[in-house]
Design a protein around this ligand. Sequence first.
Ligand code: CTP
Ligand code: CA
Length: 233
Amino acid sequence: ARADALPRDLDGVRVVVSAGGTREPLDPVRHLGNRSSGKQGYALARVAAQRGADVTLVAAHTDALPEPAGARVVHVSTAAELGDAVDEAAREADVVVMAAAVADFRPAGRSGHKIKKSDDEPDPMIELVRNRDILAGLVERRRPGQIVVGFAAETGDAQGSVLDHARAKLKRKGCDLLVVNAVGEGKAFEVEDNTGWLLSADGLETRIPLGAKSQLAATVWDAVAQLLRPSRE
Ligand code: CTP
Ligand code: CA
């Protein structure tokens, strides 16, 4: 789609998007990471800017991606850095979207030198400690009218379907919108593998075909624009 064909329904709206995967260092040359490509977060930032928003993108580690035109980009590495940067930007924001894959844990210690193996000592164990929940903090400190959007990847299990888990996570997290990616449970060609839902705190559930990241981004911003409407009239 041509940029000038997009709605300008986010004109002047201040948005923060986090993207990519955090890295938790073990020593100067090693870290624990995850496979997030950052593509979804970058698409969200790009589409928001095209629709007129004032965008801050807090980017952790991603594939090589072009910087979204018109967005301010803050590069971070660890979950702690990402949390500080998002919190700072959120103070002035109307909307915060947590698309980043934030490490739930980090190594309890960080060696100042490269960890060496030794035949005289037992192999090391990595002790992990919990990282704080950035999204939960945003929800706690949310200003009236500020919109907070979370992301989740879920599989169904004995306790419930993807949607059951997603509804429970939306309630638990307390965000306004939750984008749920239904991920495989070994049944690689099951149709659910390639779909998701946008769940809204007011009970609205929109099914979205995943895959086209800009399509998902458009669906998210449509829902955000809808929520912003009353306060902008
Ligand atoms: N998130 C966050 N801070 C964390 C972990 C996750 O802000 N320390 C955010 C993610 O960016 C995402 C949302 O929380 O928007 C949901 O992440 P998810 O990993 O699905 O939820 P968790 O609460 O970590 O639950 P789980 O045990 O299922 O991983
Ligand atoms: Ca998690």
